[in-house]
Design a protein around this ligand. Structure first.
Ligand code: ADE
Length: 239
């Protein structure tokens, strides 16, 4: 997969992509991340990329032309068609299902805004979808783009080892993850739940499912869709 990031700080996201699992995706040739700076496509001595908003108000708005030219250059760097995503608090919330959808693409172009945002006409003409990583405002889209790159990279075939399999993740099953424990068995902070030491895999699976259901129920009830819970799940919740 190839991801192009259009940003006033093009190295930021590319550097974030150098560590851990995303770095491994890079090393294995499964992912490449490229940064593009709209300032390189701006005109005049000052290479201006922003201007005051029409109608007044605080802040600056990113201008159409430098972004359009930069998106054009990023888009034509590879013949495969790309999906263009603009990161902004006005976007639809990022979910694991959306991450999975993006991870199935060959190419992604991530557009990061700064200042008050981007001229709306550029968004309407060049952007396929707008995504938010949460109901808070960052000073720019770069951290959001890094989040997308990380979440997508770990789903690419061949990136995760068995030990960190994506199938066990929170949200893959629509639930929060169960708690995890490792050595030592006894500690002043407490003991490992005995069922995990029992060797009874069916019991362990049931315990984990129950923990996942319980946590989701108490911390994120909005994620629980009673209609899709199995009979066994409902019995576990009613215990
Ligand atoms: N840019 C600024 N805030 C953001 C957010 N919450 N999600 C995505 N992009 C952003």
């Amino acid at each position: 997969m190839r991801i192009d990031v259009v940003s006033l700080f093009p190295d930021f996201v590319a550097q974030c992509a150098g560590f851990g699992v995303v770095g491994r995706a890079h090393e294995r040739g499964l992912l490449s991340v490229h940064g593009w700076n709209p300032r390189d496509h701006a005109e005049g001595n000052y290479r201006r990329v922003d201007d005051r908003p029409f109608g007044g108000g605080p802040g600056m708005v990113m201008m159409i032309e430098p972004l359009r030219a930069c998106l054009g250059a990023a888009g034509s760097a590879d013949p495969r068609p790309a999906r263009t995503v603009y990161l902004s608090p006005q976007g639809r919330p990022l979910t694991q299902a959306k991450v999975r959808e993006l991870a199935a693409l060959d190419r992604l172009v991530l557009l990061c805004g700064r200042y008050e945002g981007v001229d709306e006409r550029l968004i309407e003409a060049e952007v396929d979808e707008e995504i938010s990583i949460g109901d808070y405002v960052l000073s720019g889209g770069e951290l959001a783009a890094a989040v997308v790159v990380d979440a997508v990279a770990r789903l690419l075939d061949g990136v995760l080892n068995d030990a960190d399999s994506a199938a066990q993740d929170s949200f893959e099953a629509g639930l929060l993850d169960c708690p995890h424990y490792t050595k030592p068995v006894e500690h002043v902070f407490g003991a490992v739940p005995p069922v995990l030491l029992s060797g009874n895999h069916a019991e362990i699976a049931r315990w984990r499912r129950m923990q996942a259901l319980g946590r989701t129920w108490s911390r994120r009830p909005d994620l629980i869709d009673l209609a899709t819970l199995s009979k066994q799940d409902r019995a576990l919740l009613e215990r």
